[in-house]
Ligand binder design. Structure first.
Ligand SMILES: [Zn+2]
Length: 86
């Protein structure tokens, strides 16, 4: 019984370790993707607006009829900058 228990503990430990490793890989990948997105928002703050032509006639609220609209990430950067300034 004691040998069975002894082998059971390291097995569980290695399984926990592999899950932790997978989670850390996913977290790192997400961090890289997020960082890349914010770098893109910083370099290219504007993206094309997907409003319809009919919407343009009524002046699109998002882009004010220009067809160029600020990215969500860039808006977040601007918001964080404004918060830091205070
Ligand atoms: Zn628009």
């Amino acid at each position: 019984m004691s040998t069975l228990a002894a082998t059971g503990i390291p097995d569980a430990a290695t399984q926990d370790h592999s899950i932790a490793g997978l989670v850390s890989v996913v977290v790192v990948a997400l961090a890289i993707v997020t960082a890349g997105y914010f770098v893109r928002c910083w370099l290219f703050p504007f993206t094309s607006c997907r409003h319809s032509d009919a919407r343009r006639l009524w002046r699109c609220r998002r882009c004010d009829g220009t067809g160029r609209r600020l990215r969500v990430g860039r808006r977040l950067i601007n918001h964080l900058r404004a918060m830091r300034r205070h």
